[in-house]
Design a protein around this ligand. Structure first.
Ligand code: ZN
Length: 296
């Protein structure tokens, strides 16, 4: 008879093997029956995400807020005579329970967390759309095209699924969808962008994952040319009113590059909604750089 520890051990081997990795999303359900499970929020046993953590996550993401001030690489939007930093709305802060839940969902295949994270994304989208109304010309568009960054080749190979796309499917289909089912039409259109060949190859470089530790300017430079419009994008983007979606806002360089490519394709990008906002890691560096060389 197999002891529990043997089962856990073989489950671990299957999990980390190359074959296991490529089939991770399919395997996670089956392995969950055998291997010990624990809450990705607090470590409590025999649950993937406990009730307490679920309630805490709801509390942490209940009041979305404007997060664009801390992101240095966001583009400027020109509205009539005014200029503003592209509005980015976040459901919560990228720390503690929310960051653990997002990491478990994205990088450790805890797909069931989509159910807990999707309402946060939905609340963020609702406020993001509200924010495009007052203070901007007109009542805001009635029809929206939602665009997410295209998953990298590395991400597609290692995860086998696109975390944001999965979250968005949950968010758009959940009951009580508010503006998502109201008078405004929101259309998620995957496949309007792809990673360029250059950046696909770069994403396979083992040092490529360090982008979060780079300064905002360096990161923005490195992302130029990362995304390309697909044939589908060339059909649907001209004239479209776009709301960008991403999981985490750091420097804003990913959103900045999406903005550049989509506007060049004829779309109007009004802002973005993210699940969590982190303080830009390059903010301090760049501040010091500016203070140290006032003549620059
Ligand atoms: Zn918990």
């Amino acid at each position: 008879m197999l002891r529990a520890v043997d089962i856990a051990d073989s489950a671990d081997r299957a999990w980390f093997s190359a074959a296991g990795r490529s089939a991770r999303s399919a395997a996670s359900g089956a392995l969950g029956l055998l291997s010990p499970t624990w809450c990705h929020g607090c470590g409590a046993e025999e649950t993937v995400f406990c009730l307490e953590c679920s309630e805490d996550l709801h509390a942490l993401t209940r009041h979305p807020f404007p997060a664009e001030q801390q992101a240095l690489a966001l583009p400027l939007l020109f509205h009539g005579e005014g200029v503003l930093v592209m509005p980015v709305t976040a459901a919560g802060r990228y720390e503690g329970l929310l960051s653990r839940a997002l990491l478990a969902f994205k990088d450790h295949g805890a797909i069931t967390l989509a159910r807990h994270l999707a309402p946060a994304l939905r609340r963020s989208v609702e406020l993001a759309i509200e924010r495009t109304g007052p203070g901007t010309p007109g009542p805001g568009p009635a029809g929206w095209t939602l665009v997410t960054p295209p998953p990298s080749l590395k991400s597609r190979l290692s995860r086998g699924f696109d975390p944001l796309q999965l979250l968005l499917q949950h968010a758009l289909s959940s009951p009580g969808g508010g503006v998502l089912s109201g008078h405004r039409q929101l259309v998620y259109t995957p496949g309007v962008l792809r990673q360029s060949r250059k950046s696909s190859l770069r994403s396979l470089n083992p040092r490529g994952g360090r982008q979060k530790s780079r300064g905002a300017r360096a990161r923005r430079r490195s992302l130029v040319g990362s995304f390309e419009i697909t044939a589908r994008g060339a059909r649907v983007l001209p004239g479209a009113d776009v709301l960008l979606l991403d999981d985490v806002l750091t420097s804003g360089s990913t959103l900045g590059e999406l903005y550049r490519v989509l506007e060049a394709a004829g779309a109007t990008v009004h802002g973005a909604a993210v699940i969590a906002a982190a303080p830009s890691p390059g903010a301090d560096d760049e501040f010091l750089l500016v203070s140290a060389s006032p003549e620059a």
